[in-house]
Design a binder for this molecule. Sequence first.
Ligand SMILES: C[S@@+](CC[C@H](N)C(=O)[O-])C[C@H]1O[C@@H](n2cnc3c(N)ncnc32)[C@H](O)[C@@H]1O
Length: 509
Amino acid sequence: MNNEEKKESYDELVYKANPFADTAMMKLEAYAYFYGLNPQKATKARVLELGTSFGGNLIAQAINFEDNYYVGVDLSHEQIKKGNEIIKKLGLKNIELHQKDILTIDESFGKFDYIISHGVFSWVPNDVKHKMIEICNQNLNENGIAYLSYNTYPGWKEASKVRDMMMYVNKFYPNLSLLEKTERGRLVVEIFKEQIELYPDLKERSKGYLEWMDSVLKHKNYYLGHEYLEMFNDPLYIHQFAELADKNGLKYFTDTNLKLSMATSYKKETVEKLQQLSGGDNVIKEQCIDFILDTKFRKSLMCKKSQTEKLNFSESIPNTIIDTLYYVIKNKIEIAELEDKVLEEALKHLLSKKHGEFQIEDAKKFLEDKDLNQEQKDKIVQEIRGFILNNVITGNLNFYLTRIERVSFVENETYVPEKFIKYVEVILSEDGQYIGIGNFKNEIFPVDTIELLLLQQLKEPTTKDKLISELEKLGLKRMVDGKEEDVDPAEYLEMFLEKYENLNFFKRK
Ligand SMILES: C[S@@+](CC[C@H](N)C(=O)[O-])C[C@H]1O[C@@H](n2cnc3c(N)ncnc32)[C@H](O)[C@@H]1O
């Protein structure tokens, strides 16, 4: 298949462009800093996305960070045309999407602080893959960060069987559309799954295989078609990826899922074995982790080779770095009863901070008036740093460097800028099938027409009473235990305001 055919496959079964939290500038900046690099500030950066489809990933960022500049390229005319229409509706001036083949990008396309590409690398022919890596070096500023995600072995060995099955049943029907092929493929996976389940011994033996079939069947057609039936789907091992980066002037340094890159969170025996097997080499260690976890997907970060000596692969993070970052709770963290009651209280205090956000500084403040000497306080702070690190690696805490000021709703003072209102309008219109909506951290969130109505009222500063009277006109209902109940407008409004404060929609006049 040549690039012309590739373009058609995405024109025909279009790929919804959702924002991806792992590609947000704030996240990439924090990861680079965590590893010892000095990346470009996340709020003053030039960003390139390869294979941007409708640009949904970039739009979420462009709307939130006016001082950043975003450029997206994609081969698909349809997707770029639609993406540009949406950008026009939103009135964004800091983003441009180009219908362009990755193969045609050269140095003259400019330099960027962040180059990202999600869900493209495994699905393009080798020449495009190589070009993508080349771009990540040639078009990257010296302190720049590149993000590429891809399917990986050994996890994809199992999935390859399902892909082979779906490809085989379409082998004799080359003229079917990708959607028709996807539907045929889906049907046949269902048939084989049912047949396996008829035989208890086979069912038991094929547990992993069946689970994989199940997970495949849960995907929507656009995803299933492109993931399983594209001409190209070439997973690779992390060691092969790191070698490719190395040959192209880049240094692979981590996955955005830190559990794939850092051994610290595993059991002591595993840490020791990984150390013995890798002799401290980060790529060998990660390859061993992938063999243990059967990893299927990776989200790799790279920098220029010139930055290598700044990188810290020791898994021991300097206090200055831990203390500068701030943390946001992602998954609920339970604090067990601890012998050291002050430590236990300090941890509980941190985890109960407003918006689930805290810094080491908050722990220091908490300890100020405790009846402890400086040495005891320092020891507790050090324990807290270890706790934070562990939860950062296991993914319970997100971490960021740049702090975005959160503006609360204040009657007759704050308002919601037009671009945010239009963003929600677009998502609730038929364009919502093309792009997803993301906040400043590129996290997807749900929106509905009632919220849109309130946001429209907030175009100018207003009062709670006025908003409540709008809600009263609607007579809101909700279902509780199968029965319809009235919704208290004041209660609803409080929840709404908190949600949109957290999303940073409010600005001061
Ligand atoms: C699986 S989609 C991923 C889209 C988006 N990054 C996401 O994850 O939602 C792959 C995208 O890469 C684009 N693509 C494939 N080959 C390309 C090439 N040679 N140049 C530019 N874009 C390409 C396709 O058109 C498609 O939009």
